[in-house]
Design a protein around this ligand. Structure first.
Ligand code: KG4
Ligand code: ZN
Length: 355
């Protein structure tokens, strides 16, 4: 399809870059016709994290069936699609190969355009999906991507126009939650359990650092905070349930305060921002949301807060709706990819802006 030609038919989205296998069919206007996400959490839990080889095999086993399922639910044959969009990076190479190869095979067999979608672009554009948030978000906006694999702050200036303002120097924030939770004896993935435990805790009892707080820019660093939790635990002769709850609350408060500080700096780096959009599993955390709700908007301190926009949780975490939507946005602009496009485990969003 070339620029100017309107996309007439629905698009199939495929996602398999980490530990969720997902497929979705969206109409060209963004209506969700069918969607399914299959989480592999149970398969990885006993190893305390995602095992790439297990993930790749599970994607291979599930993706074709999930694609068939969403097509059937949407009442479509593959040849009635307007295109196929598959996550082609960044992520674990095994899963990327599964999604991209399956997508290309379908595109080749039925003469459909193929779009190699950057997973981060999927997260970035979710807030523009009609009907997803009460008020559609206008460009430019700030995106805080807070997941188990990513921790970055991005200026989203338009489709294909992204500027990474800051990133983590070590762990992703979800990874930090998981590591702190593990120290506190909670099962993986530990973020939700840590939030639960923190409810009974005193966040002020243990002195914990706020990494990079006040430092220029909006980079992140979480490994020191996790080490500080380990250090405080090590100082206790015996660890009671109250100690664990206090440490969980202290850790969560430190993360929330640090994120708010980094978001303040990011807002100053994009003075025209219309909103602060959060995505990724950590966006489910209520303390994090509360801390991000009062970031000053254009005009600085005293100005009205930047609206905090959080897509529904199922669209904040990994899913194929966002991949189909990014595919639609690209196809509407004539941006299909050749079938020899190679999946990329590392694929920074700003490189797309350069292109
Ligand atoms: O976006 P996501 O579902 O996928 C991947 O990154 O794969 O994010 C998962 C991460 C995990 O690290 C999990 O512990 C964290 O998000 N998470 C939370 C909460 N819910 C999920 N962290 C803190 N509080 C939560 N309520
Ligand atoms: Zn993701």
């Amino acid at each position: 399809m070339t620029q100017g030609q309107r996309l007439q038919a629905p698009v199939l989205g495929l996602e398999a870059s980490c530990d969720e296998t997902a497929a979705a069919v969206l109409a060209p206007d963004g209506r969700i016709l069918a969607e399914v996400v299959l989480s592999q959490t149970a398969e990885h839990a006993r190893f305390g994290g995602v095992v790439p080889e297990i993930a790749a095999r599970a994607h291979l086993a599930s993706l074709p069936g999930l694609a068939r399922q969403v097509l059937a639910e949407a009442g479509l044959r593959p040849d009635q699609l307007g295109g196929v969009a598959a996550t082609s990076g960044p992520g674990l190479i095994g899963g990327l190969i599964v999604a991209a190869s399956f997508g290309k095979g379908l595109a080749l067999a039925h003469g459909l355009p193929f779009v190699a979608v950057n997973h981060l672009e999927g997260h970035a554009l979710t807030a523009t999906l009609p009907g997803v948030v009460p008020q559609p978000v206008a460009f430019p906006y700030l995106l805080l991507l807070l997941s188990g694999g990513h921790c970055q702050c991005v200026a989203v200036e338009g489709v294909g126009r992204y500027r990474r303002l800051g990133t983590t120097l070590d762990d992703a924030v979800g990874e930090a939650f998981d590591k702190a939770a593990k120290l506190l004896g909670l099962p993986w993935p530990g973020g939700p359990a840590l939030e639960q435990l923190a409810k009974a805790g005193d966040p002020t009892r243990f002195p914990l650092p706020r990494p990079l707080l006040g430092r220029a820019g909006c980079d992140f660093s979480w490994s020191g905070l996790k080490t500080a939790v380990a250090h405080q635990l090590g100082k206790l002769a015996t660890v009671t349930q109250q100690d664990r709850a206090d440490l969980a609350a202290g850790f969560q408060a430190a993360v929330a305060a640090t994120l708010a500080n980094r978001a303040r700096h990011a807002a100053a780096m994009l003075p025209g921002a219309t909103a602060l959009v959060v995505a990724g599993g950590v966006a489910a955390n209520q303390a994090v949301r509360a801390a991000l709700a009062g970031i000053p908007g254009p005009g600085g301190p005293g100005a009205p807060a930047l609206p905090l926009v959080a897509p529904p949780l199922r669209l904040c975490t990994d899913n194929a709706v966002m991949i189909a939507w990014a595919g639609i946005e690209r196809l509407q602009r004539g941006l299909a990819d050749p079938l020899d496009h190679a999946p990329r485990p590392r694929w920074p969003l700003d490189e797309m802006s350069a292109a």
